[in-house]
Design a protein around this ligand. Structure first.
Ligand code: ADP
Length: 532
């Protein structure tokens, strides 16, 4: 090669290398490669086509000396060079024929073409082709010049593909992170925030841009902790390479956190350390779960178990006490005293039956998620009258029955609906004064019947109204605490009424009393007799 050409080739290579290291975009690097190739080979036209592996096709990515209108046609022609029929690649004749066709498409005066594959680590990435308008020998120098440019182009393409993949991976991780329902954050080894997602922002009450670089302890302020926090665990040697035989254990921390706005939330955080290549701690990834509801449910359940325990023991103790008293050999009891004590025993036995019934129904609902009904003709007015007659004997309340005489008989599960009425009436008794009036009545229209139970008692605060139908829920006030109960009654009322295709509701005013309603369709409910 002539010395001036050698210098020019070197200058071109330098320029291309600079373009690659300056991370210019791939299009610009390819244009420079192409320009250098065309000049050095004294060509007239040059093209670079890259392989698209997903689509399995070639795409013209850079060209010089041709009209844009020719691009689609050239792209078509390029596809014929895509997949060689055998492993050894295309035959020289085939390749030459295709290059000639391509030259023909561009300009019939083009006399010669030189093509060079772009290859990186044995992976074919594309093609570099230079067309000349005259025919001359293609020297080994021509080939090595073009080869040097093609190699540079291959490096640039490989880099761009790597960068593209990295970018895609990064975006994928970002999307997973930001859409995760769990809170996620990443800490630097000095325990400052490197990253946090939206769910964590909500849980902690901080915005992401406020958290980044802040010390963890400023954002996560525990009010109460169930076990050692991250800082103390790190101090014991956790996540130090020498203390874990190369395997980092994750760490679970649970407790109540005071959010920035003052609200307390229960969180469970799992910390997983990530190490750098040299084994040192590089970052800590944390997965955060809001367990406030879970905790509340757990608390409600344990209160419930304690209550049931108490509720079962009390009537048993009373029954046992009165029965032993009556059995005493050394005492003679008047008939009236015996009757009085037997009545108490009977009442307490009723209470037990009622409680066991509620517990059984609740566990059945929980197990099958539905209430199975035994549907028959049911007269709710008669059911209400029977319940009132029974309860009247046990309490000093005034009872009023308020049903129109033509109140219709409906299709329903009589036993379950008796349970509903009983639960509403016993609540009215429990949560109102002994001298107050309790009214149970009904209305109807063509489609539905509605039963209401009204008392003049303590009432329920507005913000508690939605919750009283929840399982185990009891209003936490003085009155409820003293009244016996498990928090199951209204949950069962709602479940049974809904199984009949109906609805429950309540209106209440503190100090004035409450009215509970349930409405059910007159026609046969969804669940039929056959499912009972
Ligand atoms: P409990 O066994 O506690 O009575 P329920 O599910 O029947 O359970 O009722 C849930 C809570 O709703 C009760 O603990 C009580 O606080 C409130 N409640 C229910 N009925 C009435 C009522 N008639 N008047 C006032 N509060 C009521």
């Amino acid at each position: 090669m002539r010395p001036d050409l050698r210098t020019q080739q070197r200058d071109f290579l330098l320029e291309i290398t600079r373009a690659i290291t300056a991370q210019l975009d791939l299009g610009e690097v390819l244009r420079r490669v192409l320009h250098a190739s065309v000049v050095m080979l004294a060509g007239r036209i040059g093209i670079i086509a890259l392989r698209d592996e997903h689509e399995n096709r070639f795409d013209l990515r850079a060209y010089t000396g041709i009209n844009e209108a020719l691009v689609p046609e050239l792209n078509e022609k390029l596809q014929e060079l895509m997949n060689p029929e055998d492993e050894g690649g295309f035959s020289r004749e085939y390749l030459n024929a295709k290059l000639r066709e391509m030259a023909e498409t561009i300009d019939s005066r083009l006399a010669q073409s030189v093509a060079m594959p772009l290859v990186f680590a044995r992976r074919p990435l594309g093609l570099l082709i230079v067309f000349r308008s005259y025919h001359t020998e293609i020297t080994p120098e021509d080939v090595s010049t073009l080869q040097s440019f093609a190699d540079q182009a291959a490096i640039a393409v490989h880099n761009a593909q790597l960068y593209g993949r990295l970018n895609q991976e990064h975006q994928r991780l970002e999307a997973i992170l930001s859409n995760s329902g769990d809170g996620v954050f990443i800490l630097n080894p000095d325990l400052t925030f490197r990253q946090a997602n939206l769910a964590f922002e909500r849980m902690a009450g901080w915005r992401k841009d406020e958290i980044i670089n802040k010390p963890k302890a400023e954002v996560i302020r525990w009010q109460r902790l169930d076990n050692l926090d991250l800082e103390s665990t790190l101090a014991t040697g956790w996540a130090r390479p020498e203390s874990d035989n190369g395997r980092f254990e994750s760490l679970y921390v649970e407790g109540d956190l005071r959010r920035r706005d003052g609200v307390t939330v229960s969180l469970g955080i799992t910390y997983a350390p990530l190490r750098a290549e040299d084994g040192r701690l590089a970052s800590i990834i944390a997965n955060v779960r809001d367990i406030t509801n879970f905790r509340k449910a757990q608390e409600m359940q344990s209160v419930f178990i304690a209550t049931v325990h108490h509720e079962l023991r009390t009537p048993i103790a009373i029954i046992k006490g009165y029965a032993s008293t009556l059995r005493r050999d050394d005492a003679e009891w008047d008939d009236s005293v015996v009757r009085e004590k037997l009545a108490i025993i009977e009442d307490e036995a009723d209470r037990l039956t009622h409680l066991v019934e509620d517990l059984l129904t609740a566990s059945k609902i929980q197990a099958s998620q539905e209430v199975r009904l035994k549907v028959t003709e049911t007269d709710l007015a008669a059911l209400a009258a029977r319940s009132v007659a029974r309860l009247q004997g046990q309490s000093a309340h005034q009872f009023v029955l308020s049903f129109p005489p033509d109140f219709p008989v409906i299709q329903g599960d009589e036993e379950r609906l008796r349970q509903v009425i009983d639960n509403l009436l016993t609540n009215a008794i429990k949560y109102s004064g002994a001298d107050q009036t309790i009214t149970i009545g009904g209305r109807y229209n063509v489609n539905n019947v509605t039963i209401f139970v009204r008392d003049e008692g303590h009432g329920i605060a507005q913000d508690e109204l939605d919750k009283v139908f929840e399982r185990f829920y009891r209003v936490d006030d003085r009155l409820t605490r003293h009244a016996k109960g498990t928090g199951l009654g209204l949950y069962l009322v709602k479940a049974i009424v809904e199984a009949h295709g109906g609805q429950t509701s309540v209106k209440s005013q503190l100090g004035k009393g409450s009215t509970f309603y349930f409405t059910i369709p007159r026609a046969s409910p969804r669940q039929s007799e056959s499912r009972a």
